[in-house]
Design a protein. Structure first.
Ligand SMILES: NC(=O)c1ccc[n+]([C@@H]2O[C@H](COP(=O)([O-])OP(=O)(O)OC[C@H]3O[C@@H](n4cnc5c(N)ncnc54)[C@H](OP(=O)(O)O)[C@@H]3O)[C@@H](O)[C@H]2O)c1
Length: 323
């Protein structure tokens, strides 16, 4: 099969399209014929080694220390089940699925493996493969973080980095739950976030949300520049700071900061389960989380896709097509 392979960390050019063996599913695994994946912020971080401060050593156990542990990137996939292992009961060949492969990666290839007990669910029937995969990485993350708090009518939610894959899903979810949503983004993405349902927009080049005296019930930081020290004063007493990105200090300080401040400070990664993916699939199928696609690249142009994502200003998802 054709796959985008990288054997050392570095610039986009370390990725090359090669022929590699089609993986064989183990007893609990599902082999997906991948039709579309995305090139995500996680692919950028993993390939380039641009890991939040103080976390490179910890990340090394997952991504590799001297060279990549897993040669094919791609955290998500939408496609058709090609084959299943002997113990798989939930899927069969021919099923159309979406999958969050997570730290195991492998979506930038014509075939990818995932456990039937991992982040895999039926694809929404009303979405094509590209639209369906576009909601996976950001949607599953936004859903998991927002599920850690109660957001509803009367709540004020601020999403920092509202135009990205996670931010655009967080805006839509918070709005769906009835919250008043403030989106922090650049002028270029103002109309996009308003179209997703944001009630107010703050242009981060013009105004600092953490210094405008406003209070929010929930702040979701999808950028990594709103740690507790900067953003906590803008969270109402009893409210929550959801740090989708955090460095070592943020990761290990969150529990203590929660206890000391009486505000929920939530960090860390997201578990990918069949249940969470099924919930995401329903939200996407019913139009609550709509696809936001910036650009689409064929597998042959994988280096250009990485270059574009490296710039850090994509809106929603960058799609990679494999079929
Ligand atoms: N904890 C977890 O499990 C988990 C899961 C998924 C992702 N993540 C992390 O979450 C982060 C976001 O992921 P993503 O996929 O949403 O990334 P993304 O799609 O690349 O989006 C990043 C967004 O940040 C915006 N941005 C850049 N500088 C900004 C600033 N100073 N203020 C406000 N917005 C700014 C950009 O918008 P403009 O173009 O308008 O500047 C861009 O849309 C990444 O660091 C990723 O590694 C963590």
């Amino acid at each position: 099969m054709r796959a985008a392979v990288y054997r050392r960390f570095g610039a986009p050019e370390v990725v090359q399209v090669e022929d590699v063996a089609i993986p064989t599913p183990g007893p609990d695994e599902v082999l997906i014929r991948v039709h579309a994946s995305t090139v995500s912020a996680a692919d950028h971080r993993t390939r380039s080694g641009e890991i939040p401060k103080g976390l490179r050593l910890l990340a090394g156990f997952s991504i590799g220390f001297l060279r990549p542990r897993r040669p094919v990137l791609g955290m998500d996939a939408a496609g058709i089940v090609e084959a299943v292992g002997s113990r798989v009961t939930r899927f069969r060949p021919g099923d159309e699925v979406i999958a969050m492969l997570g730290a195991r990666f492998g979506g930038h290839a014509e075939y990818a493996l995932i456990s039937q007990n991992g982040g895999i669910a039926a694809k929404p029937a009303n979405l094509g493969f590209a639209d369906a995969v576009s909601v996976v990485f950001g949607g599953i993350t936004a859903l998991a973080f927002l599920n850690r708090v109660c957001t509803g009518p009367g709540n004020r939610v601020l999403v920092n980095g509202a135009s990205g894959a996670v931010g655009s899903a967080a805006v839509q979810l918070a709005k769906h739950r009835g919250a008043h949503v403030t989106a922090v983004t650049s002028a270029a993405h103002r109309d996009l976030v308003l179209g997703l349902g944001a009630d107010e927009v703050i242009d981060y080049a013009v105004s600092d949300f953490a210094a405008n005296g406003e209070l929010y019930d929930v702040i979701v930081d999808c950028v990594g520049n709103a740690p507790f020290e900067r953003a906590a004063a803008s969270v109402r007493p009893g409210g929550a700071l959801l740090l989708v990105v955090s460095d070592r200090k943020g990761l290990f300080g969150a529990a203590r900061q929660s206890r000391a401040s009486g505000k929920v400070v939530s960090v860390a990664s997201v578990p990918y389960t069949p249940e969470s993916m099924a919930a995401l699939s329903r939200l996407a199928g019913s139009g609550v989380i709509r696809p936001v696609i910036d650009r689409t690249y064929p597998l042959a142009d994988i280096v250009d896709a990485h270059r574009y994502v490296d710039a850090g200003h994509k809106a929603g998802s960058v799609i990679l097509t494999l079929a």
